[in-house]
Design a protein around this ligand. Structure first.
Ligand code: FAD
Length: 461
């Protein structure tokens, strides 16, 4: 008899697991608390445009992502583009897209530049990432690049992604970031091309949802799992009552809800179904809460994973800010980078407008989460006015803000030694999530790879 398996979460991890398990003949049910599939990669509507809620790009070397996109029949929809990178430093915007521009880069002297370039090259060659987990990223980069370059370049860039938590982060973080930058070259591909699927992740997710439905996967939306419990060898999944069957249509403004798990269900009653196996893909602390039968030690390990959150503005505007896909910022600004999606994606996708993301990575308890949309819009817009003389707030078509308290686990010192395991003490209950990425950065390719690894290592043992 085929196995009856529940998957908690319909991000790329949950969807890939569902695909592989359905292919192997299992009966699969996916529970998703949000009104739409896709998690962090889901889309929303901004003005008349439907695009990713958080900026997403695929690299040519992202073989796992490309394979899944091909399997769901959208491989031909990829566009590959060479993009430019900018740096906003000392109040000026400069291009840093090739070696010559790097050599001309104003804020650093020749020796500092040489050491900076040497650090990046060296990091791209290092293989023993475990050794780097024992060293703080600050110590490692200061040793390789010098104090001045650390303060001027590395520190602002680290703070952009990690905030003050950069002090607790290991050198493996910057190693993984540089490895991803170099991935295309290392895999023998000549160019570092950035790609997207025409229609964005909305299209990919619609294709994925339809593909899973054809394979008989039952996707339950608005279906927050509140408790998972073993009873007489079976596993009971209790979910909120207002579950809705997935229909392959793009629902807009769907927000993944990460505000923690409350035991309240919308209609006051929790629904339960029985399964042979359950795989959780939600954040580690959520898993600890919804599986009360885990041991105290397991729960402590899950709750110990420290996450970094994000407040990310999507700004649809009539004119471009620049021709850079990414603008790194080393000055103090209210956002920690600028991603101009329309420097990568054909503006036709955005009705001729520019689409710019202004991310601010923050700790999950940062006070920015409490600010209203209007306050954040004012702070961010005022900063854009200062940075780009040609920018006018009248050119904003729509400004929309996403807040997620748990985006990626912080790679703290000796992280891989404390990773929560996939197998739990409860037979047939598994936890697979981004907390188990030990030598990579958070991206869809890495996420899909986790799912594929789980299927081949754990389930087929
Ligand atoms: C700002 C930003 C930029 C990014 N840029 C890129 C990029 O350029 N390229 C790239 O490849 N990747 C990028 N990523 C990363 C990418 O989005 C993630 O790697 C991927 O989406 C993670 O998928 P996941 O399934 O592990 O997790 P999630 O997408 O977080 O999925 C988990 C799902 O579980 C659901 N859930 C949680 N609790 C429950 C519950 N109790 N019951 C039911 N459901 C529950 C959530 O609603 C969610 O849908 C970016 C992410 C962000 C935030």
């Amino acid at each position: 008899m085929s196995k009856n398996i529940a998957i908690i979460g319909s991000g790329f991890l949950g969807l890939t697991l569902a695909l592989r398990l359905a292919e192997s003949g299992a009966k699969v049910t996916v529970y998703e608390s949000a009104p739409e599939i896709g998690g962090l990669a889901s889309a929303w509507q901004i003005g008349d445009v439907t695009w990713d809620k958080h900026y997403h790009v695929t690299l040519l070397s992202d073989s796992f992502t490309r394979k899944v996109v091909e399997e769901i029949g959208l491989g031909e929809e990829f566009e590959w583009v060479e993009t430019k990178t900018g740096f906003y430093t000392d109040g000026k915007l400069v291009s840093m897209s090739n070696t010559l521009e790097f050599l001309k880069f104003p804020p650093l002297g020749f020796v500092s530049k040489f050491r900076l370039g040497g650090t990046i090259f060296y990091a791209s060659k290092v293989k023993d990432w475990k050794a780097l987990e024992k060293i703080s990223v600050e110590d490692w980069l200061t040793k390789l690049s010098g104090k001045k370059t650390f303060e001027k370049m590395w520190k602002p860039l680290l703070k952009a992604k990690l905030g003050e938590a950069y002090k607790e982060t290991s050198a493996a973080f910057i190693w993984a970031t540089i490895q991803r930058m170099y991935a295309a070259r290392n895999s023998g591909l000549k160019k570092e091309m950035f790609g997207y699927v025409r229609g964005g992740y909305a299209k990919v997710l619609k294709g994925f949802g339809e593909h899973l439905q054809e394979k008989g996967v039952d996707i339950r939306l608005n279906s927050r799992v509140e408790k998972i419990e073993k009873q007489n060898g079976k596993i009971k999944v209790f979910a909120a009552e207002n579950a809705e069957k997935y229909r392959a249509e793009v629902k807009l403004n769907a927000m993944p809800n990460y505000s923690g798990v409350s035991v309240r269900s919308v209609n006051g009653v929790a629904n339960s179904s029985e399964f042979d196996q359950v795989i959780l893909t939600c954040p580690a602390n959520v898993a600890a809460k919804i599986v009360p039968q885990l041991t105290e030690k397991e729960k402590a390990k899950l709750e110990n994973v420290k996450y970094q959150g994000i407040v990310c503005a999507s700004v649809l505007m009539k004119k471009s800010l620049s021709n850079f896909y990414v603008t790194n910022i080393t000055d103090e600004t209210p956002f920690t980078g600028i991603i101009e999606m329309s420097a990568l994606v054909d503006k036709k996708e955005f009705g001729g407008n520019a689409l710019v993301y202004l991310p601010k990575y923050v700790a999950p308890d940062d006070e920015l989460f409490e600010r209203t949309d209007a306050e954040i819009e004012e702070i961010f817009t005022a900063a854009l006015e200062k940075m780009y003389p040609h920018f006018k707030r009248e050119d904003i078509v729509e400004f929309k803000i996403s807040r997620v308290r748990q985006v990626f686990p912080l790679p703290t010192l000796n992280y891989s030694e404390n990773v929560p395991s996939v197998k739990t003490s409860l037979e047939n209950i598994y936890i697979v999530n981004s907390a188990q990425i030990t030598n990579g950065t958070l991206n869809v390719n890495e996420t899909i790879q986790l799912a594929e690894k789980f299927i081949s290592h754990e389930l087929h043992k």
